[in-house]
Design a protein around this ligand. Sequence first.
Ligand code: ATP
Length: 459
Amino acid sequence: MAGATMDKVVSLCKRRGFLFQGSELYGGLQGTWDYGPMGVELKNNVKRAWWRANVYERDDVEGLDAAILMNKLVLRYSGHEATFSDPLVDCRKCKKRFRVDQIEPNEKCPAGGTHDLTEPRPFNLMFKTTVGPIENDENIAYLRPETAQGIFVNFKNVLDSTNRKLPFGIAQIGKSYRNEITPKNFIFRVREFEQMEIEYFVMPGTDEEWHRRWIEERVAWYHQYGIRSENLKQYPQTGDELSHYSKATTDLLYRFFPEREEGKQFDEVEGIANRTDYDLICHTKGGRTTFKDGSFLVNEHAVLKQTYFDQATNQHLTPYVIEPSGGVDRIALAFLMDAYEEQKLEGGKERTVLHLHPDLAPVKVAVIPLARNKPDMVEMAKRIKKTLQLTGRMRSLFDDSGNIGKCYARQDEIGTPFCVTVDHQSLEDHQVTVRHRDTMLQDRIAVDSLQGYLEERLR
Ligand code: ATP
């Protein structure tokens, strides 16, 4: 048995239509990836599982879908315009550019010897564009580098339209853009990605307890969907790692690089921060955006105060915020890596299988005719597929892309929990064979009971 490496997962993803390099036909665009037929299903399922757990199954979180393009003042008062940058260095020999924290000391230079690096200087990661037909500084807008700011500037709108009381949260899933200096490691670090973020507003003084509870909630969610304990770690940030506005941040680290030496195998999949009242104060009339060096910017543009009226004390206050923030792409990659297994079977055969949680699997059931040149069999398989699909509860696929062994291998590789095979006998006795992905065991089931049988096991 062998587990995943990033290279193996990349290869499977390309082979089976999960991901393709962005703009591949024209030589690609670095830091972009296109989700193929299987990838789009996986990604949608990850988002659905997150939304279900954090919005539908709780009674204290509302959803939001804010615009990607925002008034540039949003990103000025959030502090991003002045400080959303990474320190970068240039190599004088090979002319390549690196993020300071991503280059090893004495790393080999392709032009010979080791790199000859310049002093670090800041590089703003936001993509700029102009809004409207005139290109000038007045009309600049940024593609948002995180979804969070769309939530903060809508705090009052959501509060007033839902009559919420603290504590409550706002959840959002959407695209974010960062002009990363060195996009790499497949979909781990890209320039266009999706985030799933919650801003959970609490009474000051209860923030530490809620921070702890959100860390537990988020860890439990990963385990619920199949991530193994040994592959997920909590890392409380210390010292300089912590943003100046954060009281505490715990990163959840996943073992993205099992092939690396000990100590370099884990990297961030999600961060859970206690951001205090920093963001709401930044985005409030007369509020202050405070920078790391102690300087500040007074908000002269917001049209109202973003505060909360506490009926118990008859006072207006600014809530504290707990922020669980994960990237859809990184999370999908973690699920892919955890699910990946190469198995040696009896008789010397091998197979690769994705043990994805059924809720995440791109396809739940593949219906396969044993002989694709037998019209009766094909017709029966197509009818079964249609009936299952029409339930709306299981993505079903008709698969006659090869012989039965090839179909099983393909479905194992994309993580399909069940294959239903229609054979000669099925035409007579109206029974089909159901093959289970993980055990490869087979059951003979009457077509009339098939839907119930599958639903029970997919639940
Ligand atoms: P890193 O240190 O890896 O650059 P970050 O700490 O800047 O990440 P956050 O700003 O906390 O990341 O963003 C929250 C989440 O968004 C991350 O945990 C990650 O899952 C995702 N994310 C951030 N940047 C990228 C990126 N360039 N590509 C893919 N996902 C990303």
